[in-house]
Unconditional design. Sequence first.
Length: 224
Amino acid sequence: MGSRPPRRGSAGPTPPRPPDVVLPDLDVADRSVLLSGRWDCALVDGAELAQARLEGLLVLESLVEDAVLDGALLAGMRCTGSRWERVSAVAADGARTQWADTEVADARLSALGLGGARLDRVVLRRCRLDSALLRDAALTDVVLDGCDLRGADLRGAALRRVSFAGSDLTGADLSGARCEDVDLRGATLEELRGADGLRGCTVDAVQLVGLAPVLAAHVGLRLL
């Protein structure tokens, strides 16, 4: 009898591809630049832009740090090759924004509206996204590392090669989400809603036990 071929281990999800962020020499942005609709190779440091109307803003190869954008209108913004650090954009309107090759760290983005947004090759580290609206958003090659996503709305979102290591998804809603190579290992999944959106996700054994009531309810099982 021929020898049995070795068993192949189960391959994990394909990890996200990292963003390509190399900032050039930057020019400090003054007020006229901040309101011009185009931040190109700009250093936006400590800008006070709460409630500002910045729809359609174009951000190219810029560094945005310690800026306040709470309640700002950012709908349709496009951001490429940039870094955002310690920014506050609580309850800002970022609907239909486009983010590519961008890194965001230590940002306060609670209740940020990102409905219909597109994120490609984006890393978010230690960001507060509790109650964020990501309904119908498209996330491809996105890392959410140590982020607070409690109560986030991901209904109808399309997620491809997305990881949530160290993130808190307590009470988040994945109803109708379309997932491919989504890694939920290391994330907190308590009270997660939308079991139908978990197809295409990877969890560990402990998480699976915690998800049992949600999955059982989804398929109509009764737990006695």
